[in-house]
Design a protein around this ligand. Structure first.
Ligand code: PLP
Length: 387
């Protein structure tokens, strides 16, 4: 059987591989603490579940519009207005089956041989995978520990040339948990005015998971960029809905017809009842989100202090999301060796830095979407193998 060449260039998400290896070990009777997957360990708030059940009982069982039901797009538009004071026409919003399809479609829209696409490294592995798939050249934007892994406008602008069509950014960042402040994003937005042919894909999926009372420096702050701005966000991380597969994105007006074609060719539409759940999430109370943030805040300290207490491990403080990204080279092991020993000897599942790019071989990612008890236990177990 001969399959298309592009397929050999597709990458993957190692977190799922780690999970499957960890599950195999569990089946053999080994106790595993799971700190590998990027999903909140809390249940979806009940009012969201109930709204979805009601929608099913009310008969929302059929196909709906490929760009999402208007009520859901209007709810997203209202949320953007209330969070960021930005006016976004619901016709520019597309409801997606998760956050990922937005990155897939955006990269597919711009990527082809001869084109360059800039992406964060370390970064979410699907960016590079999809860029390579399209045949475009993947240009890594190296986020460095010395700069807290934050976005460096000067560096980004220096990477742009005549072949650059798309710039992908992710703030707060997976896997580093880094958070770039508004002054830096202001500077970048200003610099991007010199490059009107470059479209921006701002992945803001962790926009509501930011610590220390800081505000999300969203790209919605720059209306002058709206005609070449794609914002990716969704319900997965904010409302503990990773398995529901529900996301939203905002697109420049002229791209909407193309994105809708992708939707029609691929998934037709997003599950109708789930979109009603999404509306309930956006319109409903946010007490549970606040509660989740408080829990993540306490866990952040616990895990960062714990990691920094380990010999040879050095961890910066993440400003958002729920990831810690320590440098482990001081242990005498690189990230791959460290993660492998953690899994097989300590029973702690984490992801090696190489899963997130070429510049992070010395790092590993810990997700602190786990109980305090499990975080403490994991640190103790790792401490033992290091000794
Ligand atoms: N963007 C980033 C940076 C992520 O970390 C993830 C998921 O881990 C996504 C997008 C995809 O989110 P979803 O699960 O809604 O597809």
């Amino acid at each position: 059987m001969k399959i298309a060449k592009n397929v050999s260039r597709l990458g993957t998400e190692t977190a799922f591989k780690v999970l499957s290896e960890a599950k195999k070990l569990e089946k053999k009777g080994k106790e595993i603490i799971h700190l590998s997957l990027g999903q909140p360990d809390f249940k979806t708030p009940i009012h969201i579940v109930n709204a979805t059940i009601k929608a099913l009982k009310d008969g929302h069982h059929g196909y709906v519009l490929p760009n999402g039901i208007i009520e859901c797009r209007e709810a997203v538009s209202r949320k953007i207005k209330s969070l960021y004071k930005a006016n976004i026409d619901p016709e520019r919003i597309i409801i997606m089956p998760g956050g990922k399809p937005t990155m897939y479609y955006a990269i597919a829209l711009f990527g082809e041989p001869g084109v360059e696409i800039i992406y964060p490294d370390p970064g979410f592995p699907i960016y590079k995978s999809m860029i390579n798939y399209t045949g475009a050249k993947a240009i890594p934007l190296n986020l460095t520990e010395s700069k807290d892994f934050s976005i460096n406008p000067e560096k980004i602008l220096s990477l742009i040339n005549d072949n650059t069509r798309l710039l992908i950014l992710n703030n707060p960042n997976n896997p580093t948990g880094s958070f770039t402040e508004k002054n830096k994003i202001d500077e970048l937005a200003k610099g991007l005015k010199q490059f009107p042919k470059v479209t921006i894909l701002s992945d803001e999926i962790y926009s509501r998971l930011i610590f220390d009372n800081k505000k999300m420096p969203t790209f919605f702050n720059y209306p002058e960029l709206y005609n070449r701005l794609i914002v990716l966000d969704g319900w997965s991380k904010t409302y503990c809905m990773t398995g529901w597969r529900l996301g939203w994105s905002v697109w420049p007006e002229q791209l909407i017809e193309h994105v809708i074609k992708f939707c029609v060719n691929n998934h037709s539409c997003v599950n109708a009842a789930i979109q009603y759940g999404g509306i309930a999430a956006l319109n409903g109370p946010e007490d549970e989100l606040i509660n989740v943030l408080e829990k993540f805040f306490l866990r952040r300290k616990l895990i960062v202090d714990g990691l920094n207490s380990l010999k040879g491990v050095k961890c910066t403080i993440p400003g958002g999301a729920f990831y810690a990204f320590p440098n482990v080279i001081g242990t005498g092991m690189n990230g791959e060796e460290f993660a492998s020993r953690c899994l097989h000897e300590a029973g702690v599942a984490i992801v090696p830095g190489t899963s997130f790019g070429n510049f992070s071989a010395d790092y590993v990612r810990f997700s602190f979407a786990a109980s305090r008890e499990n975080i403490s236990k994991a640190i103790e177990k790792i401490d033992k193998i290091l000794k």
